[in-house]
Design a protein around this ligand. Structure first.
Ligand SMILES: [Zn+2]
Length: 466
């Protein structure tokens, strides 16, 4: 199966390479040849899968600021050194640490039933067990309308809808609101705790965790728990039968003070313009329920493997290729903001930035946000990627990935290689985010797309800034 799928792509590449020789100019025929060969090598390589297997197995879950995340940084540094990067550094920063702790949640009326839940990032502990009547809200809008103090002594439950599965992950931003800001309204209403329907597209009894948003500089002072989609369905049906619902919960999640985190930086120094940086990366931390294979061990593996394959070329590309393994992304893009701050004076030399943080299913689209001349370069790269099944998308799509947000805000141009995200929100932030969910062939296609694209941009003289 694995062999045949890869063989098909190899044949497609050799047929394609006959045609690409025709149009020269922005990419030389020598660069095209190198890129096509690199694509082939990446498709046949197991390096990406080996990296994500090593990270998830040898390090395990890596909550931002934890001892495990620190072990992951050492792992990342040693990996970079063993793969032949020219310079490997760890840049530390400090951050507040939130710990999940133990949770028990169950239905106590109209009968006893265990619920499958998990605390949301930033939630407070319950001092003791809370047992209270549930007030049902059909969605986040209903909860935002609640009157101050109207929920005294109650547990608020905010329902919503199962996310529709889609290639682009559309719908996450909207669904996410109940996770992000629900607590602010429940707390304003005086609720003892908030329970929310998990933000996800699966029908398994796994809860989806995730960070809440601060209100100014304040975090929740009540427990906030996400329950699995089937458990939320169950509460909705009980509510529609007008049954009085009661929930009991005990949660130990809490903030534990300042700790260290850090970004791991792996550089391939450019041969002609070493000061110009093409930045790629993923985030090294993960949520603690699974082993962070899909989110974002895959992104670490894809970008590190792509750069490592470029490192094996006889000559370094003109510009520096920098892989950043961002720390503490899940808990608020803390590594991303630390990087942008630490490199503030040098951001003008960051010619491009992009992150892989949407799983490891096949990449289907290349979008960009660069100047018009550079758009022609990205169009040409799009053509070279077509044997991988990748189509050229919008030339004015802002983004580049969550950890790129602070860089893009400072004017760094971006591209994004969009993965098919159909299954992403089945697994996202759940105990089910484990290595078996990654298909080695699909991961190899990702590495091939990144290696080809990044090589061509790093070896180009085209300025990408607007
Ligand atoms: Zn992620």
């Amino acid at each position: 199966m694995q062999f045949h799928k890869r063989l098909f792509i190899c044949v497609a590449i050799s047929i394609f390479s006959v045609h690409v020789l025709a149009s020269e100019a922005i990419i030389s025929s020598e660069q095209k040849q190198t890129a096509t060969q690199l694509m082939q090598t990446a498709l046949e390589s197991d390096l990406g899968f080996d990296i994500v297997e090593s990270l998830t197995t040898e390090i395990g879950p890596r909550l931002g600021g934890s001892e495990a995340e620190e072990r992951a940084r050492v792992w990342g540094k040693e990996l970079g050194e063993s793969l032949g990067f020219d310079k490997v550094t760890i840049e530390e920063f400090t951050m507040p640490f939130w710990d999940r702790g133990h949770l028990h949640i169950s239905l106590t009326s109209p009968y006893q039933q265990e619920l499958y839940g998990t605390a949301l990032g930033g939630a407070a502990p319950s001092k003791e067990s809370i047992n209270a009547d549930v007030v049902y809200f059909r969605d986040i809008h209903a909860l935002t309308d609640v009157k101050d103090g109207a929920l005294q002594g109650k547990i608020a439950f905010v329902d919503g809808d199962l996310m529709v599965k889609s290639q682009t992950g559309a719908g996450y931003g909207h669904a996410n609101q109940r996770r992000r800001i629900g607590w602010q309204h429940a707390q304003r209403g005086g609720a003892s705790a908030l329970v929310v329907r998990s933000v996800g597209s699966d029908s398994h009894r796994f809860p989806h965790t995730g960070m809440m948003s601060k209100d100014g500089d304040k975090w929740a002072t009540i427990p906030v728990i996400a329950i699995s989609n089937p458990d939320a369905d169950h509460l909705r049906r009980l509510h529609s039968l007008s049954k009085p619902i009661e929930i009991s919960l005990h949660s130990e999640s809490k903030w534990k003070g300042e700790v260290s985190s850090g970004n791991v930086i792996l550089d391939l120094i450019g041969s002609e313009k070493p000061e110009e940086i093409v930045l790629i990366g993923g985030h090294l931390d993960s949520w603690d329920l699974g082993t962070g294979a899909v989110d974002d061990g895959a992104g670490i593996a894809i970008t590190t493997a792509a750069a490592a394959l470029i490192a094996k070329l006889p000559k370094r590309p003109k510009r520096t290729i920098r892989v950043v393994m961002f720390g503490a992304e899940e808990v608020g893009l803390l590594g991303a903001f630390a990087y942008a701050k630490q490199h503030e004076a040098n951001l003008k030399n960051h010619v491009l930035a992009t992150e892989s943080d949407f799983g490891a299913q096949t990449i289907w689209q290349l979008v960009s946000n660069v100047n018009p001349q550079a758009t022609i370069l990205i169009d040409e790269i799009g053509k070279i990627l077509s044997p991988l099944g990748i189509v050229r998308g919008g030339a004015d799509v802002p983004g580049g990935g969550p950890d790129i947000i602070p860089l893009a805000a400072k004017g760094v141009p971006t591209i994004r290689l969009n993965q098919n995200g159909r299954d992403y929100f089945d697994l996202h932030h759940t105990p089910d985010d484990t290595l078996d969910k990654i298909d080695p062939d699909e991961l190899a296609q990702n590495v091939a797309a990144y290696a080809t694209t990044i090589y061509l941009i790093a070896d180009s003289d085209v300025e990408l800034k607007p």
